[in-house]
Design a protein around this ligand. Structure first.
Ligand SMILES: Nc1ncnc2c1ncn2[C@@H]1O[C@H](COP(=O)(O)OP(=O)(O)O)[C@@H](O)[C@H]1O
Ligand SMILES: [Mg+2]
Length: 333
């Protein structure tokens, strides 16, 4: 799937400057656009100072812990899905999913192929909006606000909630230009060299590429390319990083480097990762959500549902549901 940046983003930024920051300083205000109708490309409005907007990131209210069921813990809630159903045309891919994702935790989504993990992940940054006929009902909030509410701009949503894909997808540009791309599109006015270095350091890639920043990104190894994609994602200062099987195309060494990196990234970002690798979920995540698919009695269509969500250690050692136990014991999926 394409990256989150597209030519329409400038238009969105122009609208965003009209909106400005909310009086209470909450970040969500930047997601809410005025009811001004379609933005006009012809209106010459300066792009916003992206760095200034970032100071409004919400504070962590308490340190996350994993010593109890996820629902009992007190850290700030980032996403809350309630009875979420998702349809591709008439096909219901997800049924009644209720799940909370908390700030600066790594939440892993696991389950057999086709149970809707990627679909759910793409609901979180409205990436599914790009699929004709796709539809969501139920509720999905982001810091308490309806992510699908009127006036919420999906492109701004995707800047705040970045995504890393299964296959590394660097642009056919230099390493430097890959990292700088999103910031340039956003009209970043700060020091680009510093931003590129900071992002590459943040993705644990700087030491390997600092002396070849102008070389093509396509010359990097798969693991380096994936870390470059992470650098590109964090360069636009998201609040959340969604990862859809980010290591499945990588060798074990490159996988471990990304997993280590995730431990660092969660100090600053909230991460939701889809993985088919249970060891990976157990290694990296604080909370694990187990999905499965159930065939409809009449149509036979298999719809995805959430079986249980819990602290990762608890879910892997003492799950509440027999289906989870069967899955982690390798009895199906
Ligand atoms: N773009 C799409 N159009 C129609 N059906 C889709 C689309 N993407 C996924 N599906 C279907 O939705 C279900 C869930 O898919 P997916 O979210 O990719 O599952 P998972 O990531 O758990 O393997 C599957 O039956 C899949 O075939
Ligand atoms: Mg998938």
């Amino acid at each position: 799937m394409a990256t989150t940046w597209c030519p329409g983003e400038r238009k969105v930024n122009q609208r965003r400057t009209l909106c400005g920051a909310g009086a209470d300083g909450r970040i969500w205000c930047l997601l809410l656009l005025p009811d001004a109708g379609p933005a006009d490309d012809a209106v010459p409005v300066a792009p916003p100072d992206t760095s200034a907007a970032l100071t409004t990131r919400p504070e962590v209210r308490s340190t996350a812990t994993v010593d109890g069921p996820a629902e009992d813990r007190a850290s700030t809630e980032v996403f809350r899905a309630t009875d979420l159903n998702f349809y591709y045309g008439s096909f219901r891919a997800l049924s009644e999913v209720s799940l909370t994702v908390r700030q600066r935790e790594i939440t892993a989504l696991i389950g057999p192929s086709g149970c809707g993990k990627s679909t759910f992940l793409r609901c979180l940054n409205r990436m599914n909006d790009l699929i004709p006929g796709a539809r969501l009902d139920g509720s999905l909030t982001y810091y308490g606000e309806d992510l699908y509410g009127p006036g919420v701009d999906p492109i701004e949503v995707r800047r705040r909630i970045g995504m890393v894909f299964q296959r590394p997808n660097p642009f056919p540009k230099s390493i430097y230009d890959n990292v700088a791309f999103g910031a340039k599109v956003n009209g970043f006015k700060g020091n680009m060299d510093d931003l590129v270095e900071e992002s590459l350091r943040g993705a644990a890639l700087w030491d390997e590429v600092h002396n070849k920043l102008k070389h093509s990104a396509l010359g990097l190894s798969g693991g380096q390319q994936q870390r470059l994609c992470i650098a590109r994602t964090i360069a636009v200062k998201p609040e959340v990083i969604l990862m859809d099987e980010p290591c499945s195309a990588l060798d074990p060494i490159a996988t471990l480097r990304i997993e280590d990196l995730m431990g660092e990234l969660k100090k600053e970002f909230t991460i939701v990762i889809v993985t088919h690798n249970m060891q990976e979920a157990a290694r990296v995540s604080d909370v694990t959500a187990f999905f499965t698919a159930k065939a409809d009695d009449t149509t036979g269509q298999r719809t995805g549902l959430l079986v249980e969500v819990d602290a990762t250690e608890k879910l892997f050692t003492n799950p509440n549901d027999q289906r989870t136990e069967d899955y982690i014991a390798g009895r199906f999926g």
